[in-house]
Design a binder for this molecule. Structure first.
Ligand SMILES: C[C@@H]1O[C@H](OP(=O)(O)OP(=O)(O)OC[C@H]2O[C@@H](n3ccc(=O)[nH]c3=O)[C@H](O)[C@@H]2O)[C@H](O)[C@H](O)[C@H]1O
Length: 475
């Protein structure tokens, strides 16, 4: 292998304007920077400061420049609100239309910057032909596990005879033709109903399924945030379906955070026994209904363990009124010595790393799965929507490293006893099944994720493969 001429690989990162997507693109940028890759990171102006602070890292050199984009006006989209975190679900659909109108701006930026690759997201299916005209290669960076693509967004998901008929709930309960033999045989009715969203068109725009399919079909390379150790059969299935290179960057384990945990949380957690506290949270933009909040909190109380719950609500919600409405009278007073119920952003990595935290009840966002495993917290999954439903199946069914809360098939209802049972399954005596084998598997995956040689090789192999495609390296 030989390296040609000292030219540095230059990559544009272009995630959808949602922090659940921006965050894995930032994490990958940091890893690529450590291997000397030059990064230009595209996002709407309103997101730039937050991205810059996310990119800041003591160990990563500053090879990343954030390039602000101007969001075009779209009727119904309030000016200045430029990520889904600030918008209602309906407005977030308009954000995709605004993105579609940005093609001339992207084209002119790409022709100035002339990167070797653009890594793009599910919503920019128009990018491959645009970049190809400029001689730039495109990489569809899938921030979802390969199972999610393999189950939902492959050509075989729609029947060959009627490729334009959106699937029904019954179709989505079953895996698509060609799906590999694994622990996943079917999904529940409420989960299949949630997947219908993928096939809906809003404001006359393309459905998520259509966008993803066009992106995956049009790109030069598919890159997935996963590894064969965890997802071999699904990676093979996706490769067969799209008949093009599928590169893997591994699970992208974040570096431990250097800033200490906020004092008030460190001292609250510090009063409890090691590994005795349940931490509970639902990622960046997942909300529970009143009834779910009530059953969750009553269930956590029933476990007898101390608990720290982070709940988020859609923009402009009166949080104390929400909690008051959802909870039985006197509940907050009753649990005040053993519980924190907080709304808003917290330092999740530092909380999971705290010695008192032993169990994590959460939505099964995959970054959170990885952070909990490396910090030795037992996983109790309560997925709410989309990929989370499949992540939970992967972790509980294939990896056997955590449990899911039992839910009713039709509507996903869970009661307080379901929460208590699920926590009990992983926090009970670890010399007894199922806790014994779950904790054994958990330990195995922790060792794998913490093996810095393996994790670094994922990124160095990726850089070498991209350099070879870009003609910077000859094999
Ligand atoms: C692609 C999208 O990813 C989403 O992920 P989300 O951001 O909710 O959750 P994680 O992947 O766990 O990521 C969440 C990340 O935010 C961090 N964090 C979160 C809340 C907080 O208060 N403090 C923190 O530090 C956390 O530590 C983790 O790194 C969903 O699955 C969604 O279904 C999917 O479409």
């Amino acid at each position: 292998m030989e390296f040609n001429g000292g030219h540095r690989l230059h990559v544009v990162m272009f995630p959808f304007f949602a922090f659940g997507h921006i965050s894995p693109f930032v994490q990958l940028s940091k890893k690529l920077s450590l291997h000397g890759v030059k990064i230009s990171f595209f996002s709407a102006l309103g997101n730039v400061n937050r991205i810059q602070s996310m990119l800041h890292s003591v160990s990563a050199p500053t090879t990343t420049q954030v390039i602000p984009l101007t969001l075009p006006p779209v009727e119904g989209l309030p000016p200045g609100l430029e990520s889904t975190a600030d918008l209602s679900p309906a407005q977030s659909e308009l954000l995709k239309l605004a993105l579609d109108l940005m093609q001339p701006q992207i084209s002119s930026l790409l022709s100035q910057l002339k990167p070797h690759f653009v890594l793009f997201d599910f919503a920019q299916e128009w990018l491959p032909p645009l970049a190809s005209q400029l001689g730039i290669k495109t990489v569809f960076y899938s921030v979802f596990v390969a199972l999610s693509t393999s189950y939902l967004t492959i050509p075989a998901r729609l029947p060959e005879a009627e490729p334009t008929r959106p699937p029904a709930i019954e179709d989505l309960r079953k895996p698509p033709p060609g799906f590999p033999e694994t622990s996943i045989k079917s999904m529940k009715t409420f989960e299949a109903r949630d997947f219908l969203y993928m096939f809906k068109s809003f404001h006359g725009g393309a459905s998520v399924y259509d966008r993803v399919l066009r992106g995956l079909n049009g790109c030069d390379i598919i890159l997935a945030k996963t590894c064969r150790e965890m997802e071999d059969p699904y990676v093979d299935h996706v490769t067969q379906q799209f008949k093009k290179p599928v590169l893997l960057v591994g699970p992208v384990v974040p570096e431990p955070r250097s800033e200490p945990l906020e004092g008030r949380w460190a001292s609250w957690l510090g009063q409890f026994e090691p590994k005795s506290v349940i931490y509970c949270s639902f990622g960046s933009e997942t909300f529970l209904s009143d009834e779910q909040v009530k059953e969750l909190l009553l269930g956590l109380d029933l476990t007898g363990l101390p608990f720290f719950v982070v709940l988020n609500f859609p923009a402009n919600t009166d949080i104390s009124a929400e909690l008051k409405r959802a909870l039985p009278e006197g509940f907050l007073e009753k649990v005040k010595h053993k519980a924190v119920i907080h709304a808003g952003w917290v330092q999740q990595q530092q909380i999971l790393a705290h010695q008192s935290v032993g169990c994590y009840v959460f939505h099964a966002g995959f970054s959170s799965v990885v952070e909990a495993i490396v910090n030795d917290c037992q996983l109790v999954m309560l997925p709410v929507r989309g990929d989370q439903l499949l992540n939970a199946k992967l972790v509980s069914g294939d990896l056997k490293a955590g449990v899911e809360v039992n839910r009713r098939d039709e509507d996903g209802y869970f009661g307080k006893d379901d929460i208590k049972d699920a926590v009990g399954r992983v926090m009970a005596d670890i010399d007894k099944e199922p806790a014994k084998s779950i904790s054994g598997n958990h330990k195995k995956w922790k060792e794998f994720l913490q093996n810095s040689e393996i994790q670094t090789k994922f990124v160095s192999d990726l850089v070498k493969e991209m350099e070879a495609v870009a003609g910077l390296r000859t094999v």
